[in-house]
Design a protein around this ligand. Sequence first.
Ligand code: AMP
Ligand code: AMP
Length: 356
Amino acid sequence: MVAPELLPVAAQTNSGEFYTIATLGSHSALQILKGAHDEGFRTLAIANLDTERLYRSFAFVDEVIPLARYQDFPSLVPELEQRKVIIVPHGSFVAYLSLGEHKRMTIPYFGNKAVLDWEASRELQRQWLTRAGLRIPRQFRTGSEIDRPVIVKLYGAQGGKGYMFVRDAHDFEQRAERLARQNYILQEYIIGVPAYIHYFYSPLTGKLEIMSMDRRYETNVDSLGRIPAAAQEGMNVDPSYVVVGNSPLVLRESMLAEAYRMGEDVVRVSRDICPPKGLFGAFCIETIITPDANFYVMEISARIVAGTNPFIDGSPYSYLNYSEPMSTGRRIAREIKNALLSNCLGCVLDDSSVVP
Ligand code: AMP
Ligand code: AMP
């Protein structure tokens, strides 16, 4: 086992060549690359024509490769496979690359790609979370079963749009026409407050850390509350959850033990479903907390989430574990560095990774 704080800074390979940490220029790239730079790595942002100038403006970004569109990333793969590059994936990789494209690339990749299948399918996610003893919203098979408020989620709904709310079975019947010929799920609507909990699990030390927490700023749902309910009547506004930013959050301390337990159990079960490595590195459990202090889990994200961005300088929780600013992006770079220094880079990479 490695004691992370005690290791030297230079992230050099045995041959003296530096490794480069690379990611797509979006989402949490600034945090990832700043963290990589602070841990002694070279940094590469793969930007597009709109974002190139932004990423070049930061001194900690050593190199920028512009692409016409992020979806063109696969055309860059052969070049990157020749270099000592390690990819740190984030939400834009999932948004712009297919599962197949993810799996085909052999660039050293931080994380376990096998988890992607379990994350991409709502049904497999439910199995995973249930096996870990997490509470999830009830799902209804048919409209006639609905006995409480329901959120209707269309399959393939992306970017927070395409939701509908139903009060009861009768309400559903009246709106069923709108849903004809569409694939959707009927999920119990949990009335509570959202809390997104960010974790880091180290395969090198076997330890789980709570890194930080956030809540999202979403339009237009976060603006609907600013219009009195009576004035909303007849406006016919479709609620959307498109994210525009994130705010920091700290949890009531008596609820922290359950948040930690949920993270540990999700990691434990992941070793059964994606053996042998399971889920490691950064991940996030998206919860709604009810008035009786129960966590309901909406989703799990198996990599760094953009909700960690308010904490580039560290969070109240990371400060408890580190006496220096420790963002999730820097924590990832620290883990890669520790793996290099203990001659086990493979311990923190997907098994498809070919290290040049
Ligand atoms: P982008 O590269 O900004 O298009 O984001 C890629 C994916 O990450 C999309 O699914 C976004 O909804 C999600 N995302 C981006 N930024 C945030 C954020 N600040 N909080 C939560 N999710 C985000
Ligand atoms: P999702 O598409 O699961 O990321 O959900 C988008 C937004 O809807 C998030 O802000 C969640 O907080 C909220 N949400 C999703 N499912 C539920 C649910 N069953 N009950 C309450 N809120 C939900």
